[in-house]
Design a protein around this ligand. Structure first.
Ligand code: 0O2
Length: 267
């Protein structure tokens, strides 16, 4: 693909389309989790195509010739995926890699989470090649996918504005405060991750209790056909008492006795 310095609109068309398509794809993944009441590792997705002035600035800064821009400037198309928890980042990376080249191919990764940038910047970047069929033909464009937590995003957004304000030369004192605030954001991410683990554990306990209660009710329902009425009343009363007591082990024992009854009645 070549840059036409006289027709940027046409040059950037596949990039615009790639961003639109990828935002829909990742947002749909998040919607899928929510539809099934599962926690989504993707909190939100956004995308942008770099402004022509920024493309030219970057090409100039990196001494990239106009003819090489599409190969050497890797973030003309950019997608940002925001996660709540730091653990979600590796889940999202896996989901992207598991697409196995069907619609995108991961060609590079940069882990600024394990190795924070000297500025304090933390984020995980994947450079992918994405095929698009535009109104004017087929193209494979490079796209940078930035994956970060809400805390990382908050820091990067503020730092980006300051970088812009100071024309890239943030005063030393402010730069060192930014580094400490990035460390504070990393601590916040760790704390939130610990809470995340607790939420997940509580969810597992809740799910097994729900499954057990469903099985007990199903067993009582099946016994309804064969057991005597007084026996059933007794079972229902025992179930409600145990359910109110909230002791999981006692409920599990009760369920085992129901299974044994079903064996006796061969149902
Ligand atoms: P914009 O305005 O966000 O598009 P290099 O310049 O060699 O370090 P390169 O090729 O630009 O690296 O890749 P890198 O470092 O992965 O950076 C790509 C993008 O990551 C940047 O694009 C930023 O969006 C973001 N980024 C990287 N470092 C920082 C940082 O220190 N602070 C903030 N806020 N964002 C950062 P652009 O084109 O630089 O900027």
């Amino acid at each position: 693909m070549f840059i036409s310095p006289t027709n940027w609109e046409e040059t950037l068309l596949p990039y615009n389309q790639a961003v639109d398509e990828l935002v829909v794809k990742f947002s749909s993944l998040a919607a899928g989790f929510r539809k099934l009441d599962r926690p989504s590792p993707i909190e939100s997705v956004s995308g942008r195509v770099k402004r022509v002035s920024s493309i030219l600035d970057k090409a100039n800064r990196k001494s990239v010739a106009t003819s090489e821009i599409t190969e050497k400037i890797e973030d003309i198309a950019g997608i940002r995926i925001i996660c709540r928890f730091i653990d979600d980042i590796s889940v999202v990376i896996r989901m992207i890699k598991d697409r196995g080249g069907i619609d995108l191919e991961v060609i590079k990764e940069r882990d600024y989470i394990t190795s924070m940038k000297p500025s304090g910047y933390r984020s995980f970047h994947l450079i992918v090649r994405y095929p698009v069929i535009t109104a004017f033909g087929f193209a494979r464009v490079l796209c940078e996918i930035q994956i970060r937590t809400m805390a990382m995003n908050f820091w990067a957004t503020i730092e980006h504005s300051l970088r812009y304000k100071y024309n890239g030369k943030i005063p030393e004192q402010l730069a060192s405060r930014l580094i400490s605030s990035s460390e504070a954001a990393a601590k916040l991410d760790d704390e939130m991750n610990a809470i995340h683990d607790e939420i997940m554990e509580a969810q597992i306990v809740y799910q097994s209790k729900t499954a057990l209660v469903d099985e007990i009710l199903d067993n009582i329902q099946r016994l309804y056909v064969s057991a005597r009425v007084d026996e059933l009343e007794d079972l229902n009363e025992r179930f409600f008492a145990l359910y109110e007591g909230g002791d999981f082990e006692k409920l599990a024992d009760f369920n085992r006795s129901l299974r044994a009854m079903r064996d006796v009645y061969r149902i």
